[in-house]
Design a protein around this ligand. Structure first.
Ligand SMILES: O=C(O)CCC(=O)C(=O)O
Ligand SMILES: [Fe+2]
Length: 262
């Protein structure tokens, strides 16, 4: 029975495009014919390298619009004032609200699998819980590293770990300001222009005002990925900030990649 069903579905997949004329590779997915089935990657557009060292990537369409809606409503009742450090202190340097999303949610699980797919062959020890960060007017996070210099966090088995890499995915960017600023990442203006000419994930992608650093705000659903540590040491070039939101609301999602420290 399964064989017959599969043969039928395969036939449909092959015949429909033939019947309706040219169809692109991206359209040829199972989801085209069975829209309730969502494929693992939300995008067919390629990841783009923004900087090689430190490694900084832009990932277009990391989240589908329906996934953004789901994550936002999952987080809505959970937001509280953001804290910093392993002791969870309120800090004037991080004025946003944030929340961690429950792990037992189908979409949360799928998003973590997708992040794991991006990580490919990299060595790591799991992902932290997905964290949403919401900024309203004048809220920001000051320059910081995602990796810890000392007082490492502990995992559920009380083992110390550090954050070897970070994803920051934009969920809502109906705002002025609010770019993510990497003052120590240098991307030549010409490269920025070339990148801008080849993709449409960026609402904003600029070199810093003093010529150094890069300011980035991608369209909702797209994300950044960068590597925080090399050979066990934190990379100071990954210093970054979420610049103040001048008007409107920005919501992003952190996915931190863990590496046990032995
Ligand atoms: O909001 C941003 O653009 C960056 C957020 C961030 O770096 C963080 O939450 O650690
Ligand atoms: Fe950060």
């Amino acid at each position: 029975m399964a064989l017959i069903t599969n043969a039928f579905l395969f036939g449909l997949g092959v015949l429909l495009p033939l019947t309706f004329g040219p169809i692109t590779h991206a359209d040829l997915s199972f989801a085209t014919f069975f829209p309730l089935w969502e494929p693992k990657p939300a995008t067919s557009r390629p990841t783009q390298v923004l900087s090689v060292s430190p490694l900084l990537l832009a990932i277009p369409g990391f989240l589908a619009p329906s996934e953004i809606d789901h994550l936002l409503s999952l987080g809505e009742p959970l937001f509280s004032r953001s804290t910093t450090g392993t002791k969870g202190q309120i800090s004037s340097g991080r004025t946003s609200s944030s929340c961690f999303l429950p792990a037992n949610d189908t979409i949360v699980r799928r998003v973590k699998e997708r992040a794991a797919d991006v990580l490919g062959g990299i060595q790591y020890d799991g992902l932290e819980a997905l964290q949403l960060v919401r900024y309203t007017e004048n809220q920001r996070v000051n320059l910081h590293y995602d990796w810890y210099k000392n007082r490492l966090p502990l995992d559920r088995k009380d083992r110390p770990y550090n954050r070897i890499a970070s994803f920051f995915v934009y969920l809502q960017t109906d705002c002025e300001g609010g770019e993510t600023w990497f003052p120590n990442v240098t991307i030549p203006v010409a490269d920025i222009e070339r990148v801008k000419g080849t993709w449409d994930v960026g609402e904003s992608l600029n070199v810093g005002s003093d010529g150094a650093g890069v300011k980035i705000k991608l369209k909702a659903g797209s994300g950044l990925f960068w590597v925080n540590m090399q050979d066990g040491a934190g990379d100071r070039r990954t210093l970054h900030a979420g610049l103040p939101v001048e008007r409107g609301v920005k919501v992003g999602m952190n996915i931190w990649v863990k590496m046990l420290v032995t």
